[in-house]
Design a protein around this ligand. Structure first.
Ligand SMILES: NC(=O)c1ccc[n+]([C@@H]2O[C@H](COP(=O)([O-])OP(=O)(O)OC[C@H]3O[C@@H](n4cnc5c(N)ncnc54)[C@H](OP(=O)(O)O)[C@@H]3O)[C@@H](O)[C@H]2O)c1
Length: 268
């Protein structure tokens, strides 16, 4: 039995991963911000190995609380699977004064990866899997204004945080030197999260496109479910829709990764 932590495990691909790992007998902790959704999942699954932790992961204090709660109950963690994300049509600032997409999609992954490292290092075969958009080259870190105070756009924020997650994987594998292997995975257009766009026109268009072009959720998470049993041997693995990503891709630049890690440390 493995201990698996899933951020954004109450819906979409995170939820499916949780269900498949429960099928294999794991102890699974899912994190989401919506109490009702989490409770409904627990009631539906009715499996004592599933635990729901309600937390708003866009808050640094909430992430720290999750880390404390997990550390109080577990001596080791075998897998940390990172899915949590949310689209924000308008710029939202968190209680920490950060742009919400940056805080949730990137910073919560940074904090969970680093703060849970001692528990991951205590596992025989630990892995961190970050599900985002590795391999895409659109978007960049807006070094001059990472919190997007001057010019905000939903896509701009998503792409920046996506590229930040690419650099997080690079920095973690290069600098942390722990046992946990880091896997970055771009699942491609998937039939999940399509109801979440705030704009009804975008939502409708996504759902329609999703019906014809998106992959079933179960298919998209299949590699994630397998990596938890058999983490890749390399410290860093990046897979974009089934294909390995060239480590020389400019979005995986080591100097940028160090620069972002330094900037992130100033925030936390
Ligand atoms: N779907 C696609 O086509 C696609 C393609 C490429 C990459 N991806 C990436 O894959 C990942 C998973 O996507 P998905 O489609 O499965 O997402 P989804 O169905 O929208 O699920 C998102 C999860 O994040 C949680 N979440 C949102 N805000 C949160 C917060 N403030 N604190 C804690 N948890 C929060 C949600 O739970 P609550 O509602 O309970 O908070 C939910 O469990 C995302 O990072 C996405 O960017 C998706």
């Amino acid at each position: 039995m493995k201990t698996v932590i899933i951020s954004g495990g109450t819906d979409g691909m995170g939820r499916e991963t949780a269900l498949r790992r429960l099928d294999r007998g794991d102890d699974v902790i899912v994190i989401g911000s919506n109490e009702a959704k989490g409770r409904a999942l627990v009631d539906q699954v009715s499996n004592p190995n599933l635990r729901f932790l309600r937390a708003d992961l866009s808050s640094v204090a909430e992430v720290e609380r999750v880390v404390r709660e997990v550390s109080d109950r577990h001596e080791s963690v075998d897998a940390l699977a990172l899915f949590a994300n949310r689209l924000n049509r308008r710029r939202v600032e968190t209680a920490d004064g950060l742009e919400a997409t940056f805080a949730l999609y990137y910073l919560s992954r940074y904090l969970l990866s680093h703060r849970l490292r001692p528990l991951l290092d205590a596992s025989a075969n630990p892995v961190i899997i970050s599900v985002a958009g590795v391999g895409l080259t659109a978007g960049r870190i807006h070094w001059e204004d990472p919190q997007l105070t001057g010019k905000y756009g939903q896509v701009r924020a998503q792409l920046q945080a996506g590229r930040a997650n690419d650099l997080l994987g690079v920095a973690f594998a290069e600098q942390c030197g722990g046992r946990a292997r880091y896997v970055m995975y771009h699942p491609g257009f998937t039939r999940s999260g399509l109801d979440n766009a705030e704009n009804p026109v975008t939502r409708g268009a996504l759902k329609l496109l999703g019906r014809f072009f998106a992959r079933p959720v179960a298919e998209s998470v299949r590699p994630v479910v397998e990596w938890i049993d058999r983490p890749p041997a390399a410290p860093l693995t990046a897979v974009d829709r089934g294909r390995p990503v060239d480590p020389a891709l400019r979005t995986l630049d080591s100097a940028d990764a160090k620069r972002l890690a330094k900037y992130t440390e100033t925030l936390v």
